[in-house]
Design a protein around this ligand. Structure first.
Ligand code: PGA
Ligand code: ZN
Length: 421
């Protein structure tokens, strides 16, 4: 993020309002107006949040965040240059004065930081990804899509595991990869309909199907759907999981509870279970297979499995200190990047850069509560994340997919698909 300071990037106004996310919850939207441009960004929100994430809103209220933007943030930032990203993000930290953004709210800092970046890009006559990364950024991420799910993203009888995912590992264009994901989502529905007579097309927070089924029944269907689509489309699709295991973990009993499967597993059994799933289903990606404080089990699993991304979401919460701790132990080989877990764009970039230097694969990600904001599509390219996790269906997910299709078209011959490790 280099400074191109000019008069056109001078911030003239910052305003905030309460809007709604895909779950119908209130969220924060921020507008930054510069002399020569305008940027708008809104904050997403999590349902299965990590304990070490920053605090989303002051006293849990969007209205408080709106007041903070008007009373504390706007007076400090108006008159400054929107392209001085690190400076802006530092000021947000200074105004807040805590380590977890509890005074301003992490979502407040996130929306201001991102809206400022967007305003700076527009003021410079560029798209956000070009502005942040320069003209050599031309690698499109692979879409990691949520096909079937349960856990904290669903109600009633649904699978215990939060997300059954598809990743197109071989595809020569983003559009083809996105199309393969949509076909897997559709194909899975037809298999689910046959396997579960109560299935009525119900979906969870991210548009994934929520059948009344056990984990391995769903995995069988995922494998069949991926194989069928790989064959039909020529795009090789593989299965992944987000186990969101902190939400399965029962601290008192020291075990992972799978109520739908009718099983409880202690840490050792969980290790054997996950290792077996990776082997049997050829899993290419496993996110949060253990609870958020169990770095050691993450390290052990990473050693045990081959050709599988072991990814930390609640484990790292996009926090560079937690990531460095994990790197020291060899815990995981991949990290979820959700900027609002940590606050500002600069913080998110530092974590991404640290991951890359250590050979960890960064995965740019949406949250379960989203808006149609498309910025993570740009951030995935600018931050050189080879994977974007953003769902398959529903306006809030498709908005990011469609933005990447537009970017691919705009890049023309320069467009390349990112390679996986
Ligand atoms: P979220 O989590 O509900 O906190 O957004 C989704 C995920 O675990 O990836
Ligand atoms: Zn997750």
């Amino acid at each position: 993020m280099s400074g191109r300071t000019s008069v056109s990037t001078v911030i003239e106004d910052i305003t905030a309002r309460g809007t709604f996310n895909s779950r119908g919850e209130e969220t924060l939207e921020v507008d930054v107006t510069t002399v020569g441009g305008f940027g708008r960004a809104s904050a997403p929100s999590g349902a299965s949040k990590g304990k070490a994430e920053v605090i989303s809103y002051p006293q849990g209220e969007v209205d408080r965040a709106i007041e903070k933007v008007a009373d504390l943030i706007a007076p400090e930032l108006i008159g400054r240059n929107a392209d001085e990203q690190e400076e802006i993000d530092l000021i947000l930290h200074e105004i807040d004065g805590t380590t977890d953004f509890r005074n301003l709210g992490g979502n407040t800092a996130f929306a201001v930081s991102l809206a400022a970046a967007e305003a700076a890009a527009v003021s410079c006559g560029m798209l956000l990804f070009e502005y942040l990364a320069g003209q050599f950024a031309s690698e499109l991420p692979r879409p990691l899509g949520n096909v079937v799910g349960g856990g904290q993203h669903a109600f009633g009888k649904a699978p215990d595991i939060q997300e059954f995912l598809v990743l197109p590992v071989k595809a020569n264009s983003f559009r083809k990869a996105a199309k393969a994901n949509a076909l897997v989502h559709k194909k899975a529905a037809s298999f689910l309909e046959k396997a579960d007579e109560t299935f009525s097309g119900g979906k969870g927070d991210e548009g994934a199907w929520t059948p009344n089924m056990k984990s391995e029944e769903v995995l069988d269907i995922m494998l069949r759907a991926c194989d069928a689509v790989s064959e039909e489309s020529g795009v090789e699709c593989r299965v992944g999981l987000d186990m969101a295991a902190s939400s399965l973990w029962r601290e008192k009993e020291k075990c992972y509870a799978y109520p739908r499967d009718g099983v409880r597993r202690d840490s050792e059994k969980q290790m054997d279970f996950v290792s077996r799933l990776v082997e049997e289903y050829g899993l290419v990606y496993v996110e949060d297979p253990f609870h958020e404080e169990d770095f050691e089990s993450f390290a052990e699993l990473t050693k045990r499995v081959d050709n599988c991304l072991v990814c930390g979401d609640d484990l790292f919460v996009t926090n560079v200190k937690r990531l460095n701790h994990g790197i020291g132990l060899g815990a995981a080989n991949s990290v979820i990047i959700k900027i609002n877990q940590v606050g500002t764009l600069t913080d998110g970039w530092k974590t991404t850069e640290t991951a890359q230097k250590a050979g960890y694969t960064p995965v740019m990600s949406h949250r379960s509560g989203e808006t149609t904001d498309t910025h993570i599509a740009h951030l995935a390219i600018a931050f050189r994340c080879p994977i974007i996790k953003t769902g398959i269906v529903g306006g809030a997910r498709v908005s990011k997919i469609n933005e990447l299709i537009r970017i691919e078209e705009m890049l023309g011959k320069r467009a390349k698909m990112a390679t996986l490790p």
